[in-house]
Design a protein around this ligand. Structure first.
Ligand code: HOZ
Length: 429
């Protein structure tokens, strides 16, 4: 029997009268996959529950933060206790240093850091700092990478921008984005050429070391090492945007997986255990250029918010204490899910390219290997939309875009994988 969505439908109508597109973040509107988004009431472990009493196996994990599953009891308890002491002070607390020490333990390259409230803020602030430190204006980013929605970064961006087919964004004056150079991912020659054309003008290169915001795209062997070498040669900073990959592909993110030492790192999602939190950090000599020590200004009323610190500490501490079991288990479960569905597609002659790194993955509906944005864009997005709708109808919630990564949590058990495979067998028939 088809699932009922009558309450969600009414809530969607109400939402559309109050919010543009009925949502507070564009990809949630399901525009590229079709259908209406179910309205959620709660979630526990690997499952989401909606207003009509339907249950869904969650494969998007709140876009990344929920690595330990939803309502992870130690995080819930930590938030509860912190809330009882006040939701916000706008002044320093011991918890900030406690979480910062855990971050440093996982990311030794982050000698000093600053907490902010989102990945967008982390990337925007890291770029300002890099420009202030180097006294250079140009920034290199890569096509299909998404570093939040600050004006200068909405050039050939991934995530919702590409999902909705928007070339950039209205409202960004050309002058604001004229210092952003967008190059193809996994192409070192393009980076060398950009530096050759502007030898002393490029302040930093910012990259998602494993692209997540055009779907999952791993770096080619030697690519990140090449970026490190070129930036060093030219006196530019290398910023690894580990908002998605941090604490996800390994406890120390992609920089540990590929053994790359960036100058600055941006973090978000898992760092706040599901609460609004981000951070940027790196070499102490660079970070000391931030106000109040240096001339680069950056601030935030809710930065280091006590609830976010409490949830982040509970989450990171659990990941640190159980690293040896958690990450191999996540990798195995994810490979099982990703490869089993790929096999079903293969048996049925459905073109599917599967990219997986650790517990993030994407099924691209294309025959082509996906190594950059241009190859990701060869995907049949209408076929992805049909697959998404069919999976949702069978109780599995995938990220509602071909160009977003799926995430697996420690709460995904073998019986959940079996449930997902049954859904996929029907969805791909
Ligand atoms: N841009 C986010 C994922 N890459 C989407 C966040 C959301 O819609 O909640």
């Amino acid at each position: 029997m088809p699932l009922s969505h009558s309450r969600s439908h009414l809530l969607q109508q109400r939402a559309e009268s109050l919010f543009p597109g009925g949502v507070n973040s564009p990809v949630r509107a399901f525009r590229s996959v079709g259908g209406e988004p179910p309205f959620l009431t709660h979630a526990e472990g690997a499952y989401l529950y909606d207003e009509d009493g339907n249950r869904y196996l969650d494969l998007f994990g709140s876009w990344g933060p929920m690595i330990l599953g939803h309502a992870f009891p130690p995080a819930v308890e930590a938030i509860r206790q912190a809330a009882g002491r006040s939701a916000s002070f706008g002044a320093s607390t011991a918890a900030e240093a406690q979480l910062a020490s855990l971050v440093h333990q996982c990311f030794p390259s982050v000698e000093k850091l600053r907490f902010v409230s989102s990945g967008t803020e982390a990337c925007m602030s890291a770029i300002r700092l890099a420009r202030g430190f180097t006294n250079r204006n140009f920034v290199i980013k890569f096509e299909g990478c998404y570093h939040g929605h600050s004006d200068a970064m909405l050039v050939k961006a991934g995530s919702g921008v590409v999902t909705l087919g928007i070339p950039g964004s209205a409202g960004v004056p050309p002058e604001t984005a004229m210092h952003t150079l967008a190059l193809p991912f996994n192409d070192l020659e393009a980076v060398r050429a950009a530096f050759a054309a502007r030898p002393d003008e490029i302040g930093c290169v910012i990259v998602e070391p494993i692209v997540g915001n055009a779907g999952t795209i791993p770096p080619a062997p030697g690519y990140l090492e090449g970026l490190r070498e070129i930036t060093r040669q030219h006196g530019a900073l290398l910023i690894l945007d580990e908002v998605m990959t941090g604490f996800r592909v390994t406890l120390g993110g992609a920089q540990r997986l590929y053994n790359i030492q960036p100058d600055l790192t941006t973090l978000g999602k898992i760092i706040g255990g599901g609460l609004p939190c981000g951070a940027f950090g790196g070499r102490a000599d660079i970070m000391n250029h931030l106000a109040p020590l240096g001339p680069v200004y950056q601030a935030g009323t809710l930065s280091g918010n006590p609830l976010a610190m409490a949830a982040g500490i509970a989450t990171l501490q659990h990941l640190i204490d159980n690293e040896q079991t958690i990450y191999p288990q996540l990798d195995r479960t994810t490979a099982d899910i990703a490869n089993s569905v790929a096999s079903i597609a293969c048996e049925r002659n459905i073109p599917l390219t599967t990219n997986q790194v650790g517990s993030m993955f994407t099924w691209f509906f294309t025959v082509n290997p996906v190594t950059d944005f241009a190859s990701a864009a060869t995907s049949d997005t209408a076929a992805f939309g049909r697959f998404h709708r069919a999976m949702l109808e069978h109780g599995v919630w995938l990220p509602p875009s071909q160009f977003e990564a799926a995430f697996v949590s420690t709460a995904h058990a073998p019986e959940d994988v079996a449930f997902l495979l049954n859904a996929a067998r029907t969805a791909l028939s």
